[in-house]
Design a protein around this ligand. Structure first.
Ligand SMILES: Cc1ncc(COP(=O)(O)OP(=O)(O)O)c(N)n1
Ligand code: TZP
Ligand code: MG
Length: 361
């Protein structure tokens, strides 16, 4: 059926070309995401969902639709956006491709229903499934990254804040918390936004200390709450299940409660008394040893840790640490970050070797 639209003959072949291009686009985008779910995350559920979506789309890609393809006459093949040629991180690559799939599904929904109402309905459902996939994938990646992070930088306010954090990111840091008690909200928001962008560029997680509203405003990866801050349950309600919530603990009771309330990680300390938190007594090595033996979720030893006493903290059983001054006040934040990270990685390797040997005996 040929229909006249604005003087142009709108034949079936035009609709079929649009469907063909967008079926390809959606399937290619899904394949890119699927490869990451499979090889990057080793996640069978997410891999399976990508595959199912691809296969369901393939059923709509009939021989008739394929036959309408006319690549040489397609003006769109020469068009690339600058951003397509430069994806900085896996996160950006995944987001760009998920967005491409969602757009293609929307096109398939709108043009598909001109041909077959069922196709419109199915593509709409698939678009919602892709939104869910996106949320799950981003949350999974975020929690995986938290598991892998061994060094946590908690910032302190200073004029060179962004430069120092960037220097630490250049040293391989993957987890940053913006902690700033006194700056007024407007400036705090602007700084949090800049830090968010900086962390994105380096593929690092970005959390906000104390303020759930600020975490929401800049779409941070999560929030860190102390015993005097909002309850975890309230923050969870506001942030949803996909974001990270950390909680400070000073003793086993606080740790147990934080875990029962759904914290994703806990701070364990202060290990040593510290001027950064002057009114807080040290919990000491004993609590670090307790965490090493009992804590089932990721935990970070914090408080007074520096390059000189850091090995003692590792000997007490810590394999993740959080620091403020050691990096924020370092002459060479990149080098200090590299030093901490290399020592933490070395310790992991030694533990893996010891475990293998113990398993053999
Ligand atoms: C990783 C980490 N652990 C502990 C804290 C301290 O949080 P809190 O007890 O709420 O104290 P303030 O940082 O808000 O002064 C932290 N921020 N990060
Ligand atoms: C925020 C916080 N919570 C427990 S100790 C501490 C401060 C750690 O700072 P520093 O690493 O400078 O001792
Ligand atoms: Mg706090």
């Amino acid at each position: 059926m040929a229909e006249l639209f604005n003087g142009h003959v709108m034949g079936k072949s035009v609709i079929y070309r649009i469907l063909d291009a967008n079926l390809d686009r959606a399937r290619e985008g899904l394949r890119i995401v699927e490869e990451w779910c499979r090889f990057g995350l080793n996640n069978p559920d997410l891999t399976e969902e990508c595959k199912r979506l691809r296969q369901e789309l393939a059923q709509w890609h009939t021989a008739e639709i394929r036959a309408a393809r006319n690549t040489p006459d397609d003006p769109g093949t020469q068009l690339t956006h600058e951003r397509e040629e430069c994806r900085g991180t896996i996160h950006q690559l995944l987001q760009a491709n998920l967005c491409r799939v969602e757009e293609a599904l929307r096109v398939l929904e709108e043009y598909g229903k001109l041909e077959d109402r069922q196709m419109g309905r199915v593509c709409k459902q698939m678009r919602y499934r892709v939104y869910t996939l996106e949320t799950q994938l981003m949350a999974y990646g975020r929690h995986q990254q938290l598991l892998e992070a061994q060094l946590y930088l908690v910032t302190s306010p200073m004029p060179e804040l962004l430069e120092v954090v960037e220097a630490a990111l250049q040293g391989g840091l993957k987890l940053v918390q913006y902690r700033d008690k006194n700056t007024e909200d407007g400036e705090r928001f602007a700084l949090a936004q800049s830090l968010r962008q900086l962390c994105d560029r380096y593929g690092a997680l970005f959390l906000i200390n104390d303020r759930v509203d600020l975490a929401l405003a800049v779409d941070a990866d999560g929030v860190h709450l102390g015993q005097q801050d909002l309850p975890i349950a309230v923050a969870r309600e506001m942030l949803g299940s996909q974001k990270i919530i950390g909680c400070s603990t000073t003793n086993p009771e606080e740790m147990k409660r934080a875990i029962a309330n759904g914290a994703d990680y806990v701070g364990v300390g202060p290990v040593f008394a510290t001027p950064t938190k002057p009114n807080k007594a040290a919990a000491g090595h004993e609590y670090v040893r307790y965490a090493a033996g009992h804590c089932p979720i990721p935990w970070f030893a914090i408080g007074g840790i520096d390059v000189n006493n850091f090995n003692e903290v590792l000997e007490s059983g810590a394999h993740r640490i959080a620091v403020v001054r050691s990096i924020m006040e370092a002459e060479q934040p990149t080098l200090v970050t590299q030093y901490f990270l290399s020592q933490l990685a070395r310790m992991e390797t030694m533990k893996a070797i010891q475990n293998t040997q113990a398993a053999r005996v």
